[in-house]
Structures are given as structure tokens and as C-alpha cells.
Design a protein around this ligand. Sequence first.
Ligand code: NAP
Length: 305
Amino acid sequence: MYDVIIIGGGPAGLTAGLYAARGGLKTLICEEKVFGGQIVMSYEVDNYPGFPKGISGMDLMDNFIKQAEKFGVEMNYDGVKSIEDEGKTKTVTLSSGTKLTTKTIIIAAGASPNKLNCPGEKKFTGKGVSYCATCDGAFFRGKKVAVVGGGDSAIEEALYLANLASKVYIIHRRDQLRAVKILQDRAFSNKKIEFIFNHVVKEIQGDKFVNGVLIENVQTKELSRLEVDGVFIYVGITPNTKFVEDLIKLDENGYIIVNDKMETNIPGIYAAGDIRVTPLRQVLTAAADGAIAASSAQIYIETKC
Ligand code: NAP
């Protein structure tokens, strides 16, 4: 019997693990993909306090993992298929079929990058289509690439790619970016970056590898072809809540609704990080959520179990 099972090993889950284990709770983190979460794909994090020179997402998360391990968190590379609430105990069923019992659960499974769902996207994934500039950018040294999207991720990763590629086109469906101003300013002043506003990608084209994108002007419906060797897609994220949708209360976009103690609608089950309804999705806010969720779980165990 665990005191806490944490689902997801990103900034929220690792911080929840650190706080729970440091508080003496028997704690397990289940992570089916990569410990560290989405931020490991970021080349540079320059808004996490304590690192005035910036730090790569990978190095930052490596520190999170080491610190959680130091306090004795158990880590498991298995996904979670479902969770069940039996009142004072809860059952977590792993993808392998193993069933674990626990007094509390913290859901910190984060979000996944959205797909464009246009022709060619699936066919050329790994052959010029990528969702991670830090992982794949080096393949495009001296080449032309397109970045799709206008949010923080698109602009941040376009700036990273501009260090490697000869040209970076940012294709955005509106004429206003969603990204924060500091990123916008950097991108607008980067000579390698060219914005293509009011356009959407209709098709990703190629032979063995990507060699271009067919784009449409959303106002005139005019089609044109852009010759690029790579396409990096950053069109938002979707919360990984499918496995709890029958049990946990979600908002209309699928994010988990919590109160300020990170409590969900089920006593003893908490949510933290990108997966919850929140006005800001950052490593810092995810980590803070994790700390609050672990503290709430500890109080619940001491008073209700
Ligand atoms: P996002 O903020 O939701 O932006 C998604 C972008 O993709 C928007 O510009 C959107 O256009 C566009 N888009 C969505 N669907 C599209 C489609 N089907 N076709 C073409 N374009 C489409 O997503 P994100 O940039 O991945 O960021 C996710 C969260 O993480 C945000 O809360 C963000 O602030 C945070 N984040 C923070 C940092 C940081 O602080 N360092 C870095 C990365 C991400 P519209 O603008 O027209 O809707």
C-alpha cells in the first residue's frame, strides 16, 4: 500500500514526489514516457528562478529527478490505464495490468502536443516533420525549415532553430502572435526568421523526406508552395485526461478542475501542473502545484485515513 501514487514524472509530478517523500510518505511516480516531461524538449529555460544564465530543460529536469530520488521516491516506467476510487483506498491499474493500492493519488500526467492533422504529417513524421526542435534541430543545420504556430512554444523553438537552420519560416493562422512579448521581440529582430501570417498548412509534401509545404492564405484562399526541408509543429497541447474522464471532473477543454489545494472532485485525488485548469502553464507553476498537492495529500492521510 502506497501513501501516494503520482501519475506523471514532469515538473509537477517530480516536485510532488520530492515533497511527499521528504514528508515521510511512501511515494511512487509512474511515468510512461520520459521523466522530466515536455520541458526536456526545450533548448533553454530562462524564466525558472535561480538560473540567471538560463538552463536547458533537460538539465533542469535532471536536477528535479536527482532531488526527488534523494528523498527516496520510487519511480516506475509504466503508464497508468485507469484509477478507481474505493473511498479510503484507491486502485491504480498500470498498462502492464499490475494493480497497485494507495491512500492518495496525484494526477500530474501533463499534456501532449497537438497534431495538425493535414495530409503528409503522419507520413513524414521522423522524415522532416518534428514536434521537438531540441531533439531534431541538428538534422537541419544550414537548411530551410518551417515552424507552425504562434504560441510560446512555436516562437521559442523557432529562435532555437534559427541558430542552426539557414532560414526559419513561422507560419501562423492569424496576424497576431499568442507568444509573450519578449519572445515576439526576439523573433521579429532575428534576420533568419520570416513570418508568414494568415496562412495555414494544407499539406506537407515530399519524396522520401519533406521537401515543401502547401500553404493557404486564409483570407484569399490562394495556395502556394514553400520549399523547406523540415516542419516543426507547435499548435497547442491537449491534456492527458482520457484515462480519468469517467471519474474526475474536467472542464470543457478536458483539463482537470481543482481548488486551491489541488483537490479534485474525489477526496484523496489531486491534480497538478499542465493537466489542470490554470491561467499559467510553466515549470514554476507546475512545480508549485506539485508541492501543494503533496502537502494536501499528507494532511488528508493524517486526518482521514
Ligand atoms: P498555445 O499557447 O496554445 O499556442 C498554440 C498556437 O498554435 C496558437 O498560436 C494557435 O493559434 C496555433 N494553432 C492551434 N491550432 C492550430 C491549427 N490547427 N492550425 C494552425 N495553428 C494552430 O500552445 P503552446 O505554444 O504549445 O503553449 C502551451 C502552453 O505552454 C501555454 O500556456 C504556454 O504559455 C506554455 N509555454 C510556456 C513557455 C515558457 O514560458 N517558456 C514555453 C512554451 C510553452 P491562435 O493563436 O490563432 O489560437
